[in-house]
Design a protein. Structure first.
Length: 416
């Protein structure tokens, strides 16, 4: 038996409703704040992620699905959403629009990482981006919107961690200081951390190795080395969150696996998810548009995993889809009855009714049992081209009428 590849999964019909609920909340919450939906291609030029996400990141080095398109061009299944949105912003001249440009997406992404609970090689994310505005209010608005989405979904035990990376110049000086500290404690670090001290030293804060964690407890913190402007920006973001009652904790060790972040950085987690508790997060990326070939343009965004949100949220009560009318035939051998039934079902849907046609050739008795299972309000039993019996499945009453009268009768909703 052929099975789905490791790290992928099928979204079955019974699971679609929860995703529909999440999509509805995203549309409502983000749309009310002026965000418009965008969708980018499933694959992009590999260079987009090498330049945007960063060649030193685990995503680019280990986790991307890249391939030759047959014409000598390297393409990559998108591992994240921000770089493609920024590419679209540049390519379509969105800098000419009134700024800022507020966009959101709900798409599938791909990473070649070890599958875990709620983490797959093909996964879905909802994300939001604001491009063209550098104010602290923008940072706070995005954080609040993600908090509202998680609250609307009933995500349990949420925790918001907040930090600032400052500007690249500040981070460059801090990086040199951190590298020197790591070199001084090199023998106490894990092999993985030792191997990337020069490449990506800040990822040492993410290590689960006990020896490395002990070393990092005494490491210098970037939050203590912010420039006055960056410190003021971060303080303003915090005051806005305080004013709206969003609870957060400062985490000077917070690191996310993308190189493009500047200034504000944040991550939401949920106690309901255990050790792998991240639900979503993001940060400011004021240099990314320029790195991708655009004009210097500030930006900030976040992404949250659908699978992670749904794991951390309770199962909502879901009602079956309403079925107004099931159309069947009295005589399975009657071609005329089948033709009439087909027309009635189609016209009923055009009239706005949820109407299903009995397709399997069930007997009349079995068709009525099926109507009970799908909770159909009415069953139209077509006798021939012109005549039908309409049965009210709630009362059990039925009426003989012309086939053309079936739809008006259901629309009236009169008890038979």
């Amino acid at each position: 038996m052929i099975q789905a590849p490791k790290g992928t999964y099928d979204v079955l019909p019974q699971e679609v409703e929860r995703r529909r609920v999440l999509t509805g909340h995203a549309e409502r919450i983000l749309g009310a704040a002026g965000y418009q939906r965008i969708e980018t291609p499933a694959f992009e030029a590999t260079e987009l992620f090498a330049r945007g996400v960063g060649e030193a990141t685990d995503i680019v080095q280990k986790e991307m699905y890249s391939f030759d398109d047959g014409g000598g061009r390297s393409l990559t299944l998108r591992p994240e959403g921000t770089a493609p949105v920024c590419r679209a912003y540049i390519e379509h001249g969105m800098h000419k629009l009134p700024q800022p440009v507020k966009l959101w997406y709900l798409s599938s992404f791909f990473r070649a990482e070890n599958p875990q609970r709620g983490r797959y090689r093909q996964f879905w994310q909802v994300g939001a981006e604001v491009i063209g505005c550098a104010t602290p209010e923008t940072d706070a608005e995005l954080i609040v919107l993600l908090a509202e989405l998680l609250e609307a979904m009933g995500v349990r035990g949420t925790r918001l961690r907040l930090a600032s990376l400052g500007q690249p110049e500040t981070r460059g000086a801090y990086r040199d200081e951190l590298v020197a500290y790591l070199r001084a404690h090199e023998s106490e670090l894990s092999d993985e951390v030792r191997g990337r001290i020069e490449l990506n030293p800040m990822r040492a804060f993410d290590s689960s190795d006990p020896g490395t964690r002990a070393v990092m407890a005494g490491a210098p913190k970037l939050l203590d080395r912010l420039s006055p402007d960056d410190a003021e920006h971060f303080a303003h973001v915090r005051s806005l969150l305080d004013a709206t009652g969003v609870v957060y904790e400062l985490d000077p060790t917070l690191v996310r696996g993308l190189d493009y972040y500047t200034r504000t950085l944040f991550e939401f987690s949920s106690d309901a998810l255990g050790a792998q508790s991240g639900v979503g997060g993001g940060g400011r990326y004021d240099r990314l548009i320029e790195q991708l070939g655009g004009q210097p343009t500030p930006g900030i965004g976040w992404a949250a995993g659908l699978e992670r949100i749904l794991l951390a949220a309770p199962e909502p009560p879901t009602a079956p889809d309403a079925v107004d009318l099931l159309v069947t035939v009295a005589d399975r051998e009657s071609r005329e009855a089948h033709l009439a039934a087909f027309v009635i079902a189609r016209e009923a849907r055009r009239a706005g009714l949820a109407a299903q046609l009995e397709l399997t050739g069930r007997s009349l008795k079995s068709a009525l049992k099926h109507a009970d299972r799908i909770q159909a309000r009415y069953v139209a039993i077509v006798n021939d081209r012109d005549q039908a019996t309409l049965k009210d499945m709630t009362s059990g009453e039925q009426k003989e009428l012309g086939a053309a009268a079936v739809i008006p009768e259901v629309l009236r909703g009169d008890r038979l």
